[in-house]
Ligand binder design. Structure first.
Ligand code: MGD
Ligand code: MGD
Ligand code: SF4
Ligand code: MO
Length: 857
């Protein structure tokens, strides 16, 4: 059914004039039902259709899309989901295949029907249905109890996904007052963040950069797959455009993928040996002087002089050109004198001499010294990639620069040496002058600041108090913790009871058990009510974590409720404001409530919001739009408003960096000072690049039944999340012969394995049963599978049993649509081993060895 523009305007006007709904309990199942929704009824038709313009949230990018809904009797049926095309953003957006699972997501058998309370032992999967009133009262009572005892810090919130994931953390920190709220970045990109800190002065994650694929001449990709683990359609579009513009693509991976299929060159290497390739490229660039001299002098501290014996900067002085930043001594080639950089005409890059009777060297020479042994011949021995190939690639990269780069990647939580890898790759980009350049690694445009809903509705705030979990661990030997990224430290806290047992663990749309390196030790600890007194999990579907909950809160899927906050597109250089509008109700029988509503109800019970306050989510959005100077009606009509569309081309991203010098530092002044003791050590804290062996390599040679387990993102699966339960995802994987674990024929033969055999995969932390697929596509050292496609059946029950309020028994089975024979490394690894204490205790999800054993009979 087509809707004319006139119809549309009429309907939108009605939506805009809607009245606020009271929000006290009891309430009908449909919590919000208005706004941005366009109904159109043709007299001749018995059913009604509507088109909802909204944005997709599955992977967080918020791509503009339209959902067509038809009402047949009382049932709302989603007819189709299409990209919301518009000439103003078509250049940047599209939608990928994943929203096509939406039809099915609504009806997943794994959906949580109502609020639940655990009845059996924790972790046994036995629940009874309770009312929302009862559930919220139990949670509010626990919070009050901890507040009254002065133990508010024993409340921990974990949240990420969903429109309101960050509001949950804000609520627990700034309304309840616990210092403990975290999310999943330490299992995603923290290794990268810390690696970049050594160059930029502060942690920089994947979204801090926008590779200018479109204008690039050469792109090297290591451990990233923009056409498989599509971070966002916007990125893929630019990437494809770059390829169409004939950018040369060189890929390093541990398996063949869709990306290797379109690459000009690809190399399948042993896991976590990329660092050897990168160190060799750095070595060639430095020894052959292929770096960009002008760029290094202007934007980096490459000419900075250090005493060669103590590695201290020769001199630091206040920089008159940059407030709060230091300038430093250089050797001025124009005059043959030592001068401050701000006064020198031609700072020398490769100067070595004496100053004050002591030997001095430039930062660039120090760097060169430290990588002098990492020749391409050395890297060939580790990776199998021929030395002259590595040398040629390094030269080609420098030749194409600055329109050339090593992609900064996305994930940085797979291997122990990943922080160093990301650091070395970015150092190479700096040396060839590609950071901030056209065709290089540019910066995104920026993000609008959206007014917080708490401030709009007037929730009372407080200041967090008490010793936080990350502060405790920082005092106890863990380096570089990022304030909101310590889910692995939470695992450690639960296992050790330090610094205190947890009173309330509130988990919102994070699958803590599946996404952290957890293993059996953690699962046992989670069962102990003395270590965690109350576990509340809010999610859409049953998953590994829900099985451990004491209270379960069903949340609507993102297209089943209107959010109370404007949204911003996250992962591209395009700055886009979008909204999230309800398309359909949850199916009958599913009593899900939006997150914002839960927060409002808790705030009222805790005296943080007067009981008579009514919240209309669309009105909150409207006020946010007003504060931003955005026309809200236009936003509702189109589903988005575009703010900026150009990346930032500037080596520093526009402003001086937070390094001591304000410049890109190829030798980090502050971290050299802090980690001087690590010079020469095989450590992520070494201030200079160094070869760090992955953990798996330290065990010696792999036995015939030993492998490194590798997980990857397939276009139609997603991390741990609900769409792995969809039949469409499972079918797609089956069709591509990928639903199981891939093993190289040379290894399979020795173990007598054939495609279709079941094997037991044993790790230090647990066991999984998987289906074998024999394939040439993987490196012989690894087994590979899409992530989170299996559970440890020995420990986690696959079936939940629920007693309904009417006294019926229902069972909910995970992977009820089939499958479940892949891997989830986290359930195989040991949470004390597959982590990196030097990088905030972040995960090293793939960096361990498993044994496989054929299941016979
Ligand atoms: N379809 C889909 N897309 C997603 C997600 C999803 O769940 N599903 N999740 C999103 C999220 S949260 C993230 S963080 C990103 C992740 O995005 P990516 O980092 O691109 O995703 P992956 O598929 O995990 O890894 C990319 C490639 O690294 C390879 N690899 C593994 N180990 C090594 C190694 O040692 N060396 C080299 N050179 N390669 C290696 C894998 O085989 C894989 O092909 O994806 C996002 N997009
Ligand atoms: N072994 C191993 N561990 C990993 C990874 C890996 O590849 N291997 N990947 C790591 C990475 S990169 C990340 S980012 C974390 C992610 O870790 P999580 O954030 O825990 O994973 P998700 O599955 O995305 O989201 C958690 C929950 O959100 C719910 N949810 C509801 N609606 C939505 C929605 O619209 N979108 C999404 N995404 N979730 C929704 C899902 O039901 C799911 O249970 O896991 C990390 N852990
Ligand atoms: S890229 Fe992500 S947000 Fe965009 S359509 Fe695909 S799953 Fe949805
Ligand atoms: Mo991620």
């Amino acid at each position: 059914m087509k809707i004319s523009r006139r119809d549309f305007i009429k309907i939108a006007a009605v939506a805009g004039a809607s009245v606020a709904l009271p929000l006290s309990l009891p309430r009908p199942r449909t919590v919000i039902d208005k706004g941005g929704v366009k109904f159109a009824a043709a007299a001749s038709e018995p059913s009604k259709s509507k088109v909802v313009v909204s944005s997709c949230l599955i992977c967080g990018q918020r791509c503009p899309f339209k959902i067509y809904v038809r009402k047949v009797g009382d049932e709302e049926v989603i007819e189709k989901i299409v990209y919301a095309s518009d000439p103003s953003h078509d250049e940047f957006f599209a939608i990928c295949g994943r929203p096509q699972t939406i039809f099915e997501l609504r009806y997943l058998p794994e959906r949580i029907p109502r609020p639940l309370k655990r009845v059996g032992p924790r972790g046994s999967g036995q629940f009874v249905e309770i009312t929302w009133e009862e559930a919220l009262d139990i949670i509010a009572k626990k919070i009050k109890e901890l507040m009254d005892k002065g133990e508010v810090h024993r409340i921990v919130a974990v949240s990420h996904q969903g429109y309101e994931g960050s509001h949950v953390r804000d609520f627990f920190k700034n309304v309840i007052g616990t210092p403990n709220a975290t999310q999943h970045c330490d299992t995603c990109h923290t290794g990268m963040d810390i690696g970049h800190k050594f160059i930029f002065g502060s942690p920089k994650g994947p979204s801090a950069f926008q590779p200018d694929y479109k204008n690039a001449k050469m792109i090297i990709v290591m451990g990233r797959n923009p056409v498989g683990g599509i971070v966002a359609s916007a990125w893929t579009k630019m990437f494809t455009e770059g390829r169409a513009n004939k950018a040369k693509l060189v890929v390093f991976d541990v398996r063949k993928s869709r990306l290797t299929a379109i690459a000009d060159e690809y190399y399948i290497i042993p896991p976590a040996t990329d660092l050897a390739i990168s160190l060799a490229i750095l070595n060639v660039i430095l020894t052959e002087k292929l770096y960009n001299k002008d760029y290094l002098i202007k934007w980096t501290n490459a000419p900075m002089l250090f005493y060669a014996d103590t590695l201290e900067p020769v001199k630091l002085a206040d920089n008159p050109l940059m407030e709060g930043k230091k300038t430093y001594l250089v050797y001025d080639e124009a005059t043959g004198e030592f001068k401050l950089k701000t006064e020198a005409k031609q700072p020398a890059l490769e100067y070595e001499g004496t100053y004050n009777g002591r030997p001095v060297k430039t930062a660039l020479l120090l760097l060169k010294d430290h990588v002098k042994d990492y020749t391409p011949e050395w890297a060939e021995k580790i990776t199998g990639v021929p030395a002259n190939t590595i040398r040629r690639i390094a030269r080609e990269l420098a030749e194409a620069a600055p329109k050339a780069f090593i992609d900064h990647g996305y994930k940085g939580a797979r291997y122990y040496n990943e922080g160093m890898l990301k650091r070395v790759n970015m150092l190479i980009n700096v040396l060839i002058g590609s950071v901030g350049s056209v065709g290089g690694v540019a910066y995104p445009a920026g993000k609008p600041k959206i007014k917080h809903p708490f401030d709009i509705i007037g929730i009372e705030k407080t200041k967090p108090t008490g010793l936080s979990i990350p502060d405790y661990w920082a005092q106890n030997g863990i380096e570089n913790i990022i304030g909101k990224c310590w889910s692995q430290l939470l695992v450690k806290t639960i296992m050790t009871g330090k610094p205190y047992p947890i009173g309330l663990l509130f988990i919102h749309l994070e699958n803590l058990v599946a996404h952290t390196v957890s293993g059996r030790k953690f699962l046992e600890a989670l069962k102990d009510e003395k270590r965690v007194e109350l576990i509340v999990v809010a999610d859409t579907t049953f998953n590994e974590t829900v099985m451990y909950a004491d209270i379960v809160l069903p949340i609507p899927l993102f297209f089943e409720a209107t959010t109370w906050s404007l949204q911003t597109a996250k992962k591209s250089y395009v700055s886009l404001v979008t909204t999230g509008i309800k398309a359909v109700d949850p199916p009958s029988g599913i009593d899900a409530r939006p997150t914002w509503w839960i927060l409002v109800e808790l705030a009222k019970r805790l005296g943080k919001l007067p009981p008579n306050v009514e919240v209309d989510p669309l009105e909150v959005q409207r006020k946010q739009a007003e504060a931003l100077g955005i026309n809200f009606d236009e936003l509702l009509e189109k589903g988005y408003v575009m703010l900026w569309t150009k990346p930032k081309y500037h080596p520093w991203g526009g402003e001086p960096l937070s390094t001591v010098t304000g410049e890109l530092e190829i030798v980090n002044v502050a971290l050299l000072e802090k980690y001087r003791g690590f010079v020469g050590k095989e450590s992520p804290l070494n201030p200079f690049p160094i070869w760090i062996r992955p953990l798996w390599m330290r065990k010696g040679q792999l036995a015939p039944d030993e492998f490194i387990p590798v997980e990857y993102q397939d276009p139609l699966t997603s991390i741990n999340m609900l769409i792995r339960f969809a039949k469409l995802s499972i079918d797609a994987l089956e069709y591509k012969n990928l639903y199981g674990v891939l093993i190289h024929p040379s290894r399979a033969e020795k173990l007598g394995l054939r495609t279709g055999d079941l094997v037991r995969i044993k790790g230090a932390g647990g066991e999984i049963i998987a289906k074998v697929i024999v394939s040439e596509d993987v490196h012989p050292y690894i087994i590979a599978a899409p992530h989170a496609t299996a559970i440890d059946e020995m420990v986690i029950p696959r079936t939940a049993r629920i007693k309904t309020r009417e006294g019926r028994e229902i069972t909910v089975k995970l992977f009820s649509k089939g499958g479940g024979y892949g891997i989830n490394n986290n359930l195989l690894a040991d949470p004390d081993e597959a982590v990196v204490p030097e990088e905030g205790y972040r995960a090293a999800q793939h960096d361990f060895v498993v044994r496989i054993e054929k299941i016979t009979g």
